[in-house]
Design a protein around this ligand. Sequence first.
Ligand SMILES: Cc1ncc(COP(=O)(O)O)c(C=O)c1O
Length: 396
Amino acid sequence: VAKENGNALFSHEALSITVLRERAYNYRWATVDKGVIPLTAADPDFPVAEEILNAMREYLQPGVLSYGPPSGLPEFKEAIAHWYFTTKNVEYKTQHILPVDSAAFALFLAAKTFLKKGDKAIVLEPVDFLFRRAIEYAGATVITSSLNKKTGEINILDIEAQMDQKVKAIFICNPNNPLGKTLSLKDLKSIGALAIKHNLHIISDEIWADICYDNSFISIASLNEEIKNRTIVISGLSKNFALAGLRVGYICTGNQRVYDKLFETSHFASTAFGVSTLSQIAATAALTKGGLWLSAFLKHLESMRDYSLLRLNAMKDFEMNAPNSTYLLFPKLKNTKRNSEEFCDYLLKEAGVALIPGGEKWFEKSSEGHIRICYSTSHTILKEAFDRMEHTLGRL
Ligand SMILES: Cc1ncc(COP(=O)(O)O)c(C=O)c1O
């Protein structure tokens, strides 16, 4: 069992394709034909940590499932504050932390709180489509600036050139989905300086921060108090602890004024919206008791990243970058006349492997010509997927 990576929790035997076929939606096992391997949405195939399941069982035992506090469970807020202080070096007061029902919702809430019709917000691309959706939901316009797809570096001159009075916020995705790159200290400082100069809100989506292989992740909120004050950090437990189905995440704010604005916009006090108590119980257990599970998961992922890079490099159809974070690869297509979508359609049909294409719909314009591969599965499944791809592409 342990032969794959030294940890039975992340062996092929630990996961159940039968259960995944019933439960894993969002372009994954439950949505593809039998026989297709989905390396699509960024959601692990492995069961969650036992500590999380135990906490949920224990909470359910007395059978009371009343309304919870509208601003979130105090123990969850404390766990988040401790997590951000000990692992990200940012100190947050619990009263400035708002549990929400997913990082996706947090992006929408942030956009709705800070942007109005006619405003503009900067997004660094390629990046997940959620950023654009959130900003447009608030009635604002997206301005994009391209990251260097090999290094993940920003182009501060290009960003500056697009600034005007209407720009009210900059959204960053650090580490970046789909590039699998962290933002450097130099770039974070430039973004911080830009935000101060132009009085921008910084919305930093750090949901991938725990999946970093070289300790290079830096939260922009850790730079200084002035930057922390104008930043809201968004995070969640879908990527690090595989809790996507529980829809739980959180927002950390630098001060009471910003917290109050977000809370008011959230309508959580009205009971119309909000995060389930059971999800917060699970998330609290993850942050307080899931550390060992997460370290083992990271170790497995790092070895799957190296294996995936080896296999993809051998295929000669892809130009790789060197991702240091996330469990995503974003190779550029070589030697093909197919665009990203056609290439993915071809692999789905001929190889039975589902991937996410680059292109405007998913990761903004400059992502065309790339494909995204999610490798948070077992070595056995990855090997089968890459064998199929190699075989099919060899016949191109
Ligand atoms: C950068 C980023 N933000 C947010 C999300 C959504 O997270 P959640 O499941 O908490 O809504 C994802 C999921 O892929 C993501 O990659």
